[in-house]
Design a protein around this ligand. Structure first.
Ligand SMILES: C[S@@+](CC[C@H](N)C(=O)[O-])C[C@H]1O[C@@H](n2cnc3c(N)ncnc32)[C@H](O)[C@@H]1O
Length: 193
């Protein structure tokens, strides 16, 4: 089931705020797992020509639907891929993620997080949600990141199921700093400085 309009509104709030700021610099956004485009459709009208909006969707049906829905928009770039196979030499200001960690093992969750971090600029925001009936962290890596980078959190009851929306601010920007945050020296991909 797509996220409710309440969760969608809260999930994109910070992105929209930054996009609406007068005289701002170009902003780059990466969206993971857009599904039917509940979040995507709110961001698109606010983008300027210099902004960048990359969207990665694994599911073929959703990808084709998004391509049809947003075919007239020249700023958004849709990628039909598993996020782990998504390569970019670009670093993003925002990573907006709907990846369903409830159904992903701890080891793959960690790889997904490492990959997300590798695509973040220092000071960028990662926004994602967890369903409240799945409130624990399957991955210790994710738990450490939330402990150290949490910027904001909110429970959105008007969603099926209710969701806990988390915003992390990625402060660290080299491998030693990040390794000390998560307590593991074996991290390969980190937010580059
Ligand atoms: C819970 S749905 C969220 C859809 C939408 N963002 C919303 O909130 O209504 C999760 C989405 O993530 C996509 N997805 C799951 N694993 C993925 C992966 N590894 N790479 C890219 N997309 C993925 C699914 O196909 C699905 O569209």
């Amino acid at each position: 089931m797509p996220s409710s309009k309440y969760l969608a509104r809260d999930a994109v709030r910070l992105v929209i705020e930054k996009l609406k700021k007068p005289g701002r610099d170009p902003i780059s956004i990466l969206e993971l797992g857009p599904g039917t485009g509940t979040f995507t459709e709110r961001i698109l009208p606010e983008l300027g020509e210099e902004d960048r909006f990359d969207v990665v969707e694994l599911n073929n049906y959703f990808y084709k639907m998004l391509r049809r829905r947003f075919r007239d928009n020249r700023t958004v770039r849709l990628f039909h891929k598993d996020f782990l196979a998504f390569q970019s030499d670009h670093k993003y200001d925002f990573v907006l993620s709907s990846l369903p960690y409830e159904r992903i093992s701890a080891s793959v969750t960690r790889l997904l997080w490492e990959h997300k971090l590798s695509l973040c600029k220092p000071g960028s925001y990662i926004i994602y949600y967890k369903y409240v009936n799945f409130n624990h962290f399957r991955s210790r890596f994710e738990k450490s990141l939330v402990r150290d980078y949490l910027h904001d959190e909110k429970v959105v009851l008007l969603n099926m199921p209710p969701a806990r929306l988390l915003t992390l601010k990625v402060q660290m920007h080299n491998s030693d700093q990040l390794a000390s945050v998560v307590g593991n020296k074996s991290i390969r991909n980190v937010a580059a400085g």
